[in-house]
Design a protein around this ligand. Structure first.
Ligand code: SF4
Length: 373
């Protein structure tokens, strides 16, 4: 499904593209830099606040561009470590953006490190069996502006919570592109968004602090390997043999491990230590000793870090999170092979922060109203 908004999101413009629009409208191109300064350094949410722009120019910008391509409609909090923002797009679709705080010793939670998890599509076509985002299928790709706007929404939330000493600095430390959707299926819009975020006239956010996740789209992984900008890559493996992976990730039929691993290796060779293998531990499905041993071999071959994630229960699915003993046994096998490994005790479990669940619940709540119209 394609959505063409009445006005283009301003966050989808680059400094050059905005300067071109302004020039074509008879304005001075230097105004583009002023607009970007207001958007990304001072982070205002309306055209009227851009007080060094002439009023007619502000009116023209308001006619041409949407400054609110996402609207923040709901926040769900888990303790004080995870906030899930539900955002509504111009066509009424809902997406999720998550702020994950990592508490630091000796400082209050408001000064903790923050990772933002960003969505790239409405729904998802890939149907990984552990994930709520794919339950309703794919609706559409997010535009570049809608992707960038999610990060600005996070800035608005965080800036209100903890005013910044230096306003131009981003309000978070890392970006992981792991929210709703398969990021590499929306490759062009995503890359354009990440390059905007990375630009010095925008948030100037370091590429090495941005991780792009994929369920394993081989052609796009090869494309990513050729990008000059050094983003990190996280591959959702979740099974160390085709037989096991296929039960969890239908994408494995199209791109089995014998195709996926060489593509990932190509990325690793070009980008050094920028690779993580994600592995959700599901009881009796992929948490067996042989899987741990095979996973260790793959990780060593790829020089990859392994991130183990005990399974998050999804309503309607029969799978279970392994006991702590089983989790630790799996972890121990990887450690005994000297694999770089961490286990993520999932934050946000108690607010349905698993990918896509909050959005699904809200869609369901809206359903009766929509049906009765
Ligand atoms: S895990 Fe990612 S790729 Fe798989 S269904 Fe969920 S959103 Fe799609």
């Amino acid at each position: 499904m394609k959505y063409t908004p009445e006005k283009k999101p301003i966050y989808g413009e680059t400094l050059d593209s905005l300067a071109q629009h302004l020039t074509a409208a008879g304005e001075k191109p230097f105004r583009a830099r002023q607009v970007m300064e207001w958007l990304y350094k001072r982070r205002v949410g309306s055209w009227d606040e851009m007080t060094n722009l002439p009023k007619p120019l502000r009116a023209w910008l308001a006619e041409q561009f949407d400054i609110q391509p996402t609207r923040h409609v709901l926040t769900k909090e888990a303790g004080d470590v995870t906030d899930k923002l539900l955002l509504q797009l111009g066509d009424g679709s809902l997406i999720e953006t998550v702020i994950i705080r990592v508490p630091q010793e000796g400082v209050g939670i408001e000064h903790s490190r923050k990772t933002v998890c960003v969505s790239t599509q409405v729904g998802c076509a890939y149907g990984c069996k552990f994930c709520a985002s794919g339950l309703d299928g794919w609706k559409r790709d997010l535009s570049t502006g809608e992707i960038v706007s999610q990060l600005l929404q996070v800035c608005f939330v965080e800036d209100a919570r903890t005013p910044r000493a230096r306003p131009e600095i981003p309000s978070f430390d890392n970006i992981v592109v792991m929210g709703m959707g398969e990021p590499l299926a929306n490759y062009d819009n995503l890359m354009a968004a990440l390059k905007i975020l990375n630009s010095d006239w925008a948030l100037h956010f370091g590429a090495r602090r941005i991780t792009v996740s994929t369920s394993g789209l081989v052609p796009q992984i090869k494309r990513l390997a050729d990008e000059k900008v050094q983003f990190r890559l996280a591959v959702s493996l979740h099974g160390a043999t085709n037989e096991v992976r296929q039960q969890i990730m239908p994408v494995n039929k199209k791109w089995p491990l014998e195709e996926l691993i060489p593509a990932v290796k190509l990325f690793a060779e070009k980008h050094g230590k920028m690779l993580t293998l994600e592995y959700i531990l599901i009881e009796d499905i992929n948490d067996m000793i042989e899987q741990a041993e095979r996973l260790a071999e793959i990780a060593i071959d790829l020089h990859a870090h392994v991130n183990l994630i005990p399974y998050n229960t999804v309503e309607g699915l029969p799978w279970k999170r392994p006991s702590l003993t089983r989790q630790n046994k799996f972890l121990g096998i990887l450690k005994s092979r000297n694999v770089s490994v961490t286990i993520r005790r999932e934050k946000g479990h108690d607010i349905n922060a698993a990918c896509g669940q909050l959005r699904l619940q809200e869609e369901e709540k809206r359903q009766p109203a929509a049906d009765s119209q």
